[in-house]
Design a protein around this ligand. Structure first.
Ligand SMILES: [Zn+2]
Length: 577
């Protein structure tokens, strides 16, 4: 007998065999039993989760000689023909390859003729969103007034690309990604039946690699059997998918939670050398910490997590190492990293710095933070605002009176930047004018990048990961996080800098030069240049001898504020007296 791939061999032949789509199969079976069959169905969902398999199964249920029945017999001529793909009554059209209007015209011609065997003529159109507009319109004409013996089963990965007039004529079913636990169960079932030894970790690795797509999982199993024969281990699977083992993920997560930077750096280096996909690693870690967060915040929802029992046990052990606040911060750092990956040349550097940042996050609750703020204020001899109630105290750091410069310097600098920033000299005050300009540039930064992109698209890409730090009379300072140091270097080229300068000049309505700088520490965005003299004099509303108003930049220099900004990943919006 000819070899048949597993995905085909194990294609579900009964509604009960369909994995993970109970909400759809139940409705379809009820519709058959109640004899309420619509004339068009639209199956929506990611690739490889069984849309066309379900359509074929549904077609078989309708055309079975014992049917329409929710349990097709699989023995009659109609069932057998549909199963072997030779039925004259069930036509499959691949939207991706038959996107011409001619094919749909032909379909419209054929629709008129009665089915040869079963009660229905069924058209299964896969990837229906790929049809050309003309073909869509032709299809629409048929969908508007289909003969009673015609049914349409449309399948798509991208429902939003289908004309609303078509969608509105279909019953729509959204198929879900299949949970890892169900895929594990399924591949283990298939492996047993095929006489292949597949342990739990290996099955889980297949499920992780398949990302909710059963067909991918089955194809991977096929490939692994060809590669390894009758015994498949986790290492085999990881090699095929370029994935990181579950244990390595656990090790990395634990190193982050324990603040063990050397383990982190070493592990990331090993993985990079082994050719593992760094973007994938970042995503898997994000998913991992999300799982841990759910377990901590809502233990009762842990059953809903898409993890297997052994993972849950590790989560439980690690949950003692951290707090929800810290996990939220970690998740935020990793998702920012995910966004940056697209533009980054060195994904490893990005993952490495992100994990170091994660490891350096501290687990501080808001209450604890307020207590610490109070302690610092007391030790600096400042009047302490009422921090007892959380609600009233959010503005405390900015609203407290300015400490005398000497007192300020006594407060020890925080351990500070991971990149060894030198202490910055006290900055000059900045007027409202400069404030509003920098705010304006910050708010419009994306637009400005796009404007640069119209002239120099590469410069735009390099610029996207930067942000404006300060504006002076003749200069705009642009900051890059250390992981984008490479982008910064490349942007230094005059052919890139010039368009940036021009766009900023147009925006500020004066000629400006551009200076690129590395940002030394998270949360400490502003690093005002010493030559910031232009606006110094403009404080007309201050009475002589009064203490100068501290600007945002001044407050950023305050260790307490800086620490608060770091913990909350915040920025100062407004400073009030
Ligand atoms: Zn049958």
């Amino acid at each position: 007998m000819a070899y048949e791939v597993l995905a085909r061999k194990w294609r579900p032949q009964q509604f009960a065999d369909v994995v993970g789509q109970g909400h759809v199969t139940q409705t379809l079976q009820n519709a058959i039993k109640a004899n309420r069959i619509a004339h068009a169905y639209l199956f929506v969902g990611p690739r490889g989760i069984g849309k066309t398999s379900l359509a074929r199964l549904f077609a078989k249920a309708l055309n079975c000689h014992e049917g329409p029945t929710a349990t097709p017999c699989d023995k009659c001529a109609s069932c057998l023909e549909i199963m072997s793909g030779s039925s004259m009554d069930v036509m499959e059209i691949d939207g991706a390859s038959n996107n011409g209007v001619d094919q749909v015209r032909e379909l419209r011609e054929n629709v008129k003729y009665a089915p040869t065997r079963g009660p229905y003529k069924i058209y299964i159109i896969d990837e229906v969103h790929m049809l050309s507009t003309a073909a869509f319109n032709a299809l629409l004409k048929t969908l508007e007034e289909p003969p009673a013996h015609v049914k349409f089963f449309l399948a798509t990965t991208e429902a939003h690309k289908i004309l609303a007039t078509i969608v509105s004529r279909c019953q729509r079913f959204d198929l879900r990604r299949i949970p890892a636990a169900l895929i594990v169960e399924r591949v283990q079932l298939i492996a047993r039946a095929e006489g292949v030894e597949l342990d739990g970790d290996a099955a889980l690795a297949i499920a992780r690699g398949a990302e909710g797509g059963l067909r991918d999982a089955e194809s991977a199993l096929d490939q692994l059997i060809a590669f390894r024969g009758s015994k498949i281990t986790e290492a085999d699977v990881l090699a095929v998918f370029g994935l990181v083992s579950r244990r390595t993920l656990e090790t990395l997560a634990e190193a982050v939670l324990r603040g063990d930077v050397s383990t982190l750096v070493g592990t990331v280096a090993d993985l990079d050398e082994a050719g593992k996909d760094m973007q994938r690693l970042n995503l898997e870690l994000l998913d991992y910490f999300r799982g841990l967060l759910v377990l901590l915040c809502a233990p009762e929802a842990a059953a809903k997590l898409d993890v297997v029992t052994s993972q849950l046990e590790t989560f439980q052990k690690q949950s003692g190492l951290t707090s929800p606040e810290r996990l939220l911060r970690i998740a935020e750092i990793l998702s920012q990293t995910e966004d940056r990956m697209r533009y980054s040349l060195s994904k490893r550097t990005l993952v490495e710095t992100a994990l170091i940042r994660c490891a350096r996050t501290t687990a501080v609750s808001i209450d604890e933070l307020l207590r610490r703020l109070e302690a610092v204020q007391k030790s600096a001899g400042l009047p302490v605002a009422n921090t007892g109630s959380g609600a009233a105290s959010t503005a405390t750091p900015a609203a407290a009176p300015a400490p005398a410069p000497t007192a300020k310097r006594k407060v020890s600098e925080p351990s500070g930047s991971a990149y060894g920033a030198a202490p910055t000299p006290p900055p000059a005050p900045v007027s409202a004018v400069a404030e509003s300009e920098i705010d304006r540039l910050t708010a419009q930064w994306r637009d400005l990048c796009e404007r640069v992109g119209k002239v120099a698209s590469l410069a735009r890409n390099l610029l996207l990961d930067s942000r404006p730090l300060a504006v002076t009379a003749d200069k705009v300072i642009i900051g890059f996080d250390p992981e984008f140091a490479k982008n910064m270097e490349r942007l230094q080229a005059p052919s890139f800098l010039r368009p940036v300068q021009n766009v900023l000049g147009q925006e500020l309505k004066r000629q400006v030069s551009v200076e690129l700088r590395l940002i030394q520490s998270e949360g400490m965005q502003v690093d005002v240049p010493a030559d910031h003299t232009v606006e110094k004099k403009s404080e007309p509303h201050r009475a002589a001898g009064a203490k100068p108003i501290k600007s945002k930049q001044d407050w950023v220099q305050e260790p307490v504020v800086r620490r608060a900004l770091e913990i909350f990943n915040g920025s100062i919006v407004d400073v009030r007296e």
